[in-house]
Design a protein around this ligand. Structure first.
Ligand SMILES: *[C@@H]1O[C@H](CO)[C@@H](O)[C@H](O)[C@H]1NC(C)=O
Ligand SMILES: *[C@@H]1O[C@H](CO)[C@@H](O)[C@H](O)[C@H]1NC(C)=O
Ligand SMILES: *[C@@H]1O[C@H](CO)[C@@H](O)[C@H](O)[C@H]1NC(C)=O
Ligand SMILES: *[C@@H]1O[C@H](CO)[C@@H](O)[C@H](O)[C@H]1NC(C)=O
Ligand SMILES: [Zn+2]
Length: 409
């Protein structure tokens, strides 16, 4: 190991996390530290006056609701366009079709009035689905059913595929946040709000005493929801925040049970369970992991025992702010010419169309310390059908200056 490199990295970690322990020993392939409650002195020092940086820390659904208060569109549960047939709650026939190659291509057209930065923001939001699931959003050619993404009147969508061109409203000036776009796209893929699951009463208590009568229907429970055999997810991008629709300041409308202190709502983007649910609903076999947090670690499956043949895994590292840095502690992959066999490849962003930070790397030389240009980094690990080795282990941390990851409205 390069001692100088190690010292530099250690210094970075001390600087950024101020003694926060890095979890180096982990049995599982991934561990992260708790993302939201870490307030370092640097955060306080850098924290600007209450501005958009604070807004960014808001539960995604609340951003949606704030915009939709002024919408004239009739919406259910805050952001869902009602269906003509009211019984389609299970969305049995409203999934998007899967191609023979296993990819689910969802055609879309974009409002020509979007500016370049808006288009980039929408593409970034879509690219995460593509990196983590088998959903690909593709420009519409002649497909009959497609999404028409427009700046209409708020942030809203239909639930599932409805047939023909269906509008997803992503309004300029309020909706062009990655998490908001992803929330609306998830509705279009056939997902309801997490707390409207049939089993929600086992996981949350709805505080009806703080919900005014006209808002009560926004907390409707769907007895026939398709829960996909996957757990209830407090941190789903599809979950309301604790205070959503409250009529009494400081009084929550949704309280987790039995432990009321569990965090609910999502501030960053898709959760691991959101990804698992998409992959389950659409029969995708994907190996993908999101790593949220100020720091954490990742390793190839089975490490330090040998990894398997024919795998294709990605890790999306998403620190809350600043830049992602990655430091390999161990690296042992099949060595082939041009790394055409097994390899690790790293992207400067959240998708495989992002710039490449580290091209295909194999063999047993520990790669250099890597810093992304933002709070997002994608690590790809591909193995072929022959020869395996022990794989790799790496730690990541947020370093450098605060950087906003939002799209400018
Ligand atoms: C590994 O993950 C599993 C399932 O998420 C969990 O039950 C187990 O306790 C974890 N083990 C460690 C050592 O973290
Ligand atoms: C809040 O909602 C409850 C239950 O619907 C209602 O009884 C109460 O009057 C409402 N409070 C306010 C301030 O609107
Ligand atoms: C996934 O597979 C199940 C069972 O094979 C099938 O019923 C379902 O329609 C498939 N879903 C999609 C989206 O293709
Ligand atoms: C495991 O990996 C080592 C190299 O790290 C290799 O020499 C060995 O053949 C591998 N074992 C198997 C069963 O593939
Ligand atoms: Zn919604």
């Amino acid at each position: 190991m390069d001692l100088k490199m190690f010292l530099v990295f250690t210094a970075f970690l001390l600087h950024t996390s101020l003694g926060l322990p890095i979890q180096e020993k982990c049995e599982n392939s991934t561990t992260t530290t708790e993302p939201t409650e870490v307030t370092t002195q640097e955060d306080i020092y850098e924290s600007p006056l209450p501005t958009e940086t604070d807004v960014e820390e808001e539960v995604i659904f609340n951003k949606i609701l704030k915009v939709n208060q002024d919408s004239s569109q009739y919406l259910q549960e805050g952001d869902i366009v009602p269906r003509r047939s009211r019984s389609a709650i299970n969305c049995r026939h409203c999934n998007w079709p899967q191609s023979r190659d296993g990819i689910v291509r969802v055609p879309y057209v974009l409002d020509p009035t979007y500016e370049e930065s808006h288009v980039k923001g929408i593409h970034d939001a879509m690219a995460e689905f593509e990196a983590l699931t088998c959903i690909n959003f593709v420009k519409r050619k002649t497909e009959r059913d497609y999404l028409s993404i427009k700046s209409v009147d708020g942030c809203w969508s239909n639930y599932g595929r409805v047939g023909g061109g269906q509008t997803v409203s992503v309004m300029k000036g309020g909706c062009l946040w990655k998490g908001v776009i992803q929330h609306e796209l998830e509705h279009a893929l056939g997902f309801l709000h997490e707390h409207s699951r049939s089993d929600r009463d086992k996981h949350v208590k709805i505080m009806w005493e703080y919900i005014s009568p006209p808002d009560r229907s926004d907390f409707k429970k769907f007895e026939n929801s398709n829960n996909l055999g996957l757990p209830y997810d407090y941190s789903s991008i599809m979950h309301y925040g604790p205070y959503t629709f409250t009529n009494t300041t400081g009084k929550a409308t949704i309280v987790p049970i039995p432990d009321g202190s569990v965090h609910i709502g999502q501030r960053q983007g898709l959760s691991n369970l959101d990804v698992a649910k998409i992959n389950k609903l659409y029969n995708c076999s994907r190996c993908s992991t999101i790593l949220d947090g100020t720091s954490g670690s990742l390793k190839s499956a089975n490490y330090p025992r040998n990894y398997s043949d024919n795998t294709n895994c990605v890790w999306l590292i998403r620190t809350r702010s600043r830049k992602v840095s990655l430091y390999f502690q161990a690296f042992e992959l099949q060595k082939t010419r041009g790394c055409q066999g097994d390899y690790v490849k790293i992207y400067d962003g959240s998708s495989k169309s992002s710039a490449v930070l580290m091209d295909k790397t194999c063999g047993s030389k520990i790669p250099n310390y890597i810093v992304a240009s933002s709070n997002l980094m994608l690590v790809e690990f591909i193995t072929d059908g022959a020869y395996t080795a022990s794989g790799f282990q790496a730690i990541f941390a947020a370093v450098g200056n605060q950087r906003r990851s939002s799209i400018h409205n």
